[in-house]
Design a protein around this ligand. Sequence first.
Ligand SMILES: Cc1ncc(COP(=O)(O)O)c(C=O)c1O
Length: 426
Amino acid sequence: MKKNTTKSREIIKRDNKVMSPSLTRPYELVIDSAEGSTIFDVDGRSYIDFASSVAVMNIGYNCKKVKQAVCAQMEKMVHCGFSDFYAEIPVKLSEKLCEMTGYEKVFLSNSGAEAVEAAMKLAFWYTKRNSMVAFYRAFHGRTLGALSLTGSKIKHKEHFPSFRVVHSHYAYCYRCPLNLEYPGCGISCAGEIERTIFKRELSPKDTAAIVVEPIQGEGGFIVPPPEFHKEIRRICDENDVLLIADEIQSGGFRTGKFMAMENFDVRADIVCMSKSIGGGIPLGATLSSGGIMSWPPGTHANTFGGNLLAAAGGLATLEFMESAKLGEKATEKGNYLLKRLNELKDKYPIIGDVRGIGLMIGIELVEENKAHATEKRENIVKKALDGGLILLPAGDSVIRFVPPLIIRKNEIDKGLEIFEEALRDT
Ligand SMILES: Cc1ncc(COP(=O)(O)O)c(C=O)c1O
């Protein structure tokens, strides 16, 4: 289809006039509608979506079951002030979340950052301590608490005040921060918390929690080796510190399991979920045991947590995820995509590393000597977009592959064709 950007240009011009310039939007894509794994722009062009609107649309766009549930709830009532009154649909959603995760209590909110804020406050309240440990390259959101945990780009943090958070090394084996090699390293990066941080910088007696992403997302789709999270869990247990897992990007069957931590056989004390569990409707959830989430009335609440539309959409999303076996689909399609990307890696030296679990996959682009190919990455993403494929960057030179979990094999093939063309051009 011939590109006619008149409408796009006009909307972008108006957008630039009124929208906060803090949003990073380097791609001139003005979205109009979507179906399944395909997005349509306002000028009638279609795109295969390998980004799922930042790992949100795991169920695909325009899912009938979720649409029906939200419309039915809309007919009845939109909002009820759940922090002051009772209603059944948010209870049903929370019961479903507990059934799927094995946790006992849920705090409902509207976004990832809010789910993280609730987890931080809960850990501070439960332990009566005031500090945390997080990881370099971590991304936990932009509100001040979540931002304190975030350890990705300095631009995210400059000029903003912070809680007391000490950052440690994540298991980024492709570029080991300690210049060691797995498995001979003995997961020395995790050991850094006990070896250095707890001895010289932050006492475990002041540490409420260690906060970790099962797979680092925004930081570069970094998959740690199997022992990493077990070692972090051991450190938490032996030092009487809580473990908080941020499943906001990795959860919702993206890695085959409902919670990505299940791939590592590790259970956190507090879990944060958002993005995909609302099926596109703003929804956050912080989960824990009844023992930990025992804070009394008034310690934490919000206006829109338990919103009826979000709860109806979330419940229908979780039910659809199960009935459509999205976990199995993520594993099957993810293995296929990994295999195809590894074949491209053998062909194009710019692909330095391919890594992922299920449909949470990243490729790291490199120049000679493993230097980050950041500029080339931008070119590839832009060329792919021109060719009809939506990709998103992560980390310094990573491209993420996080399509809807309902994506078909022929759509993966078509997307990879466009991607290879962009690679070849670059
Ligand atoms: C792991 C993780 N945690 C937290 C967040 C913040 O979520 P939100 O943007 O909904 O506040 C994100 C967003 O990308 C994320 O990837």
